[in-house]
Design a binder for this molecule. Sequence first.
Ligand code: PLA
Length: 422
Amino acid sequence: MDPNHTISASATSGSDFGGSVFDHVVQAPEDPILGVTVAYNKDPSPVKLNLGVGAYRTEEGKPLVLNVVRRAEQLLVNDRSRVKEYLPIVGLAEFNKLSAKLMFGADSPAIQVKRVTTVQCLSGTGSLRVGAEFLARHHHQRTIYIPQPTWGNHGKIFTLAGLSVKTYRYYDPATRGLNFQGLLEDLSLAPSGAIVLLHACAHNPTGVDPTLQQWEQIRQLIRLKGLLPFFDSAYQGFASGSLDADAQSVRMFVADGGECLAAQSYAKNMGLYGERVGALSIVCKTADVASRVESQVKLVIRPMFSNPPIHGASIVAIILKNRDMYNEWTVELKAMADRIISMRQQLFDALRARGTPGDWNHILKQIGMFTFTGLNTAQVAFMTKEYHVYMTSDGRISMAGLSSKTVPHLADAIHAAVTRAI
Ligand code: PLA
């Protein structure tokens, strides 16, 4: 056979087929959160403001790499004994141990008796997905209740993992607070064994968290009904500035001796967004169960991404195990949380100064990275079109993307939307 002939024949015959085998593929919509950044990037306006995705910015509007992270990276680079071998399927052992301590407390009895298994995953999202895939294979009740509303990716993650997704009432637009009665009613109607997704702190998008007393009531109901809590902890330290205070909800559910899952992310609290560092912990009744559970979690991870990346987890492990660096981290974390809180005050004051109609107290009361403004889709569209302010269409704004310099522009936009728009 003449090889040249074969090549030219296939090259020309390719075009004879005409259309693509993917011709039927339709254009998908942009992601409701990450798509906001895509739209923002296309806008040439010099005053444009991106308050869509929850990513921390400095007062100068720049992304922040924590000083302690830079120090840890320097140590990594200088240490010639560090290699780039594959990690085990469950990730870096030291990272897992330290992450469990951070979540459940340094002297957690559950960790001491080894009834917790912790595996390194791809940030919060990957941890949720691995946990969900494990539950879809091994939990007898494949229904998960997620709050209404919740982070937009939750429903997709759990559905694709094979769980059936239902919602429970969470937010009351009338009070801009927790619909505690609705929450209790919906969870008490859930079938025994159903999984319940809970935001450990700084609920996204509402910024509304239960009080400790309310958490205690939720805990009692969940235990009474035999429901399985799955905590999403994406903002530990970001809500109050204290790592321990922000973990209290989760720790209540571990202290009672019961079982739960927790997905941790270091994206926000260590600013490691793009490094994709996170952990999934499954708290079991006994060490024996935990060890069998871990063996099955490995079977979820191996065909999904084989084993997790080494760099980000090494940074976290260095910081968490060194007292000095840990302390430096808590100071930097508190500074980020405080800056967000001060943005709340500044935005509130700016709206008050403009006499913007409405009660804006919720800006001060809500917790964490976001303010759930109560602005409607049309008002958001107006602010984007006329003021180049980018935010998600549900009226959520990332307070972490705001600075003293940009508060007046945002307040002008909100004022105009409320007084002139729809
Ligand atoms: N869980 C919640 C409640 C979140 O808000 C986010 C991120 C994650 C998990 C996942 O984070 P990770 O995978 O990066 O660790 N939410 C962001 C970003 C900050 C996003 O949508 O991806 C948000 O803007 O809502």
